[in-house]
Design a protein around this ligand. Sequence first.
Ligand code: NDP
Length: 241
Amino acid sequence: MGRVAVVTGGTRGIGEAICLEMKAMGHQVIANYGGNDDAAKAFTEKTGIPAVKFDVADYDAVENGLTQIESDFGAIEIIVNNAGITRDGVLAKMNCDNWNAVLETNLKSCYNTCHKVVPGMRERGFGRIINISSVNGQQGQYGQVNYTAAKAGVLGFTKALALETAKYGITVNAIAPGYVDTEMVRAVPPEVLEKIIQKIPVGRLGNTGDIARAAGFLADERNSFITGSTLSINGGQFMAN
Ligand code: NDP
């Protein structure tokens, strides 16, 4: 059955692939994005999926954006908290702006969206919440205290919210991707990337479809017994439980 599905940061990279997967499953998909209008326009022209601009870090903007989506398309039943940024640097050189931006875009965003959609999901007795974390939130990464803290926070958020919503037909799960071939990873210097690939047992970067298929699986209404879980998709780079 088609449901209304929102994917934050859905116009590029992993989010775009998740949008396409959800659309192929028959859902009414709406992508959110932050500022790149050209990418959003190209995405909508290519996929036919509407794109709505608001900053996921901004509570009021999220409230307004999701209210508009619900009035245009109906109640949100699936949400994928995918929008994310990096602002790397060792702690000694990391300013407050770069700390705050990463925490707010990657972690506070989950609060912002869920605070809006969970009450309706509870009333209707159905919801699928999928939060995109990272292998670097599971194991820590040099030069990323902000990103590692945010993505580890996403895992804690997922477990706590899963407990709070389990009896209302809502599942809350996280995906922890390893290194996936997107613009975020293409920004890593080639010599650093080469060393990263050497540490991935399957010998390659992930592709966006690797992550999107997992999001589709977690969104499937038949998968109502999986909640509070983290699905690691990293080519064997880090085997966590
Ligand atoms: P990209 O940089 O390719 O795309 C990011 C998307 O997020 C864009 O659509 C962007 O919109 C949107 N976005 C960024 N900031 C905001 C904001 N404040 N409000 C709304 N939308 C925003 O990222 P990836 O596809 O690589 O990453 C997607 C997710 O996966 C992130 O959470 C990332 O941390 C995580 N991840 C990625 C990995 C990788 O190897 N790529 C590995 C592990 C986790 P716009 O185009 O307008 O900027």
